[in-house]
Design a protein around this ligand. Structure first.
Ligand code: ATP
Length: 335
């Protein structure tokens, strides 16, 4: 039976990497009914919104989406479409595996981390006020409910995948109440339900220093929203950059799979984008749907294209001279 999947190409490099991912998933033989949905800068004139309500409704109904990046305007304009999507569908956990890739030489080998990011609150609450001329306050929101559920999710994730350790990065020495609540929920959850899992708390500045000097000491990272955003890009830098880090946004009802990277307007429309991060997000989606054979087939194919390191078949961000299309065709040929 066909699986129904919503596809949001997004903007910037989104349409290119989404087309690549769709072509590869189709070539793997899995039976998917795609519902293509509008979102992003290019749909505002027609729909009056960067994230149309009809798009949110369709994902809510069909439960699964694969999403390309959508530009978040800086300083003014629409609120982030990505943040709205995560909040509207209560996709409270971002799961971002960060792994060393075959054929991509970086400072460290065998990096194998998973970032679990709280996706619904923190400084992303968007509650900002100008108190008086030249004085602005931004509110960091932490609730026990959201902090407990993301902690439970992270420990369950680590336990079910036999991972070694859960580390929380925080700044509870300064944000004693908000980050204090976040680590209090994590440590209680650990003590009461997951005592067998090694657990560690690290102040984030020290954590970042340790991450770039010895990433292999870490395994599963539990982070509030903003720290999770920043650490995702930092960790991407350890394994070859934003072109190779996939992600999933998971809620109790729906799941939306998307790469960690943004819309990369500097290279949009030029056949330069590395589609691998979205392809890997597609593999996570296939595993989530139980389509493990197709997922495996795609992974084996892109691993061997990376290992072969034919410069014509890999993109510039990972040391090649090929384009989005050449990489896509190479993966399909390999399958
Ligand atoms: P956002 O705030 O939307 O997450 P960002 O500010 O993190 O976006 P990106 O759009 O992710 O920025 O781009 C950061 C840099 O990484 C840019 O130079 C961009 O070209 C590069 N980059 C991002 N994604 C890719 C990709 N898939 N392939 C090649 N280069 C990429």
């Amino acid at each position: 039976m066909a699986q129904t999947v919503c596809l949001i190409p997004g903007d910037g490099i989104g349409p290119e990497v989404a087309q690549s991912t769709r072509d590869i998933i189709e070539a793997s033989g899995v039976n998917i009914d795609w519902i293509e949905l509008p979102a992003g800068a290019g749909v505002v004139d027609e729909y009056g919104d960067i994230m149309p309500q009809s798009t949110l409704d369709a994902i809510r109904e069909n439960k699964i989406a694969l999403k390309g990046p959508i530009t978040t305007p800086i300083g003014k304009g629409f609120k982030s479409a990505n943040v709205r999507l995560r909040k509207a569908l209560d996709l409270y956990a971002a799961v971002r595996p960060v792994r060393s890739m075959p054929g991509i030489k970086t400072r460290y080998e065998d990096v194998d981390l998973v970032i679990i990011r709280e996706n619904t609150e923190g400084l992303y609450s968007g509650i900002e006020n100008e108190i008086t001329d030249g004085v602005v306050a931004s509110m960091k929101v932490a609730t026990r409910k959201a902090s407990e559920r993301i902690a439970r999710f992270a420990f369950n994730y680590a336990r079910s995948r036999q991972r070694d350790k859960v580390t929380v990065f925080h700044k509870a020495n300064i944000m004693k109440m908000s980050d204090g609540l976040f680590i209090d929920c994590a440590s209680r959850m650990h003590e009461e339900i997951f005592p067998e899992l090694p657990y560690q708390e690290l102040i984030i500045d020290n954590g970042c220093m340790q991450m770039v000097t010895d990433p292999n000491q870490f395994d599963t990272l539990l982070l509030e929203n903003l720290y999770g955003d920043v650490l995702s890009d930092l960790c991407a830098g350890l394994v070859g950059g934003l072109g190779v880090v996939p992600g999933a946004n998971i809620g109790d009802e729906c799941a939306v799979f998307e790469a960690v990277h943004g819309s990369a307007p500097d290279i949009a429309g030029q056949d330069k984008a590395n589609p691998l991060a979205l392809i890997m997000s597609g593999v996570m989606m296939l595993n989530h749907l139980g389509e493990t054979e197709s997922a495996k087939k795609i992974k084996v194919a892109y691993d061997s294209v990376l290992e072969a390191r034919n410069p014509e078949e890999i993109t510039a961000d990972i040391g090649g001279q090929g384009g989005t299309k050449a990489f896509t065709e190479a993966v399909i040929r390999q399958m």
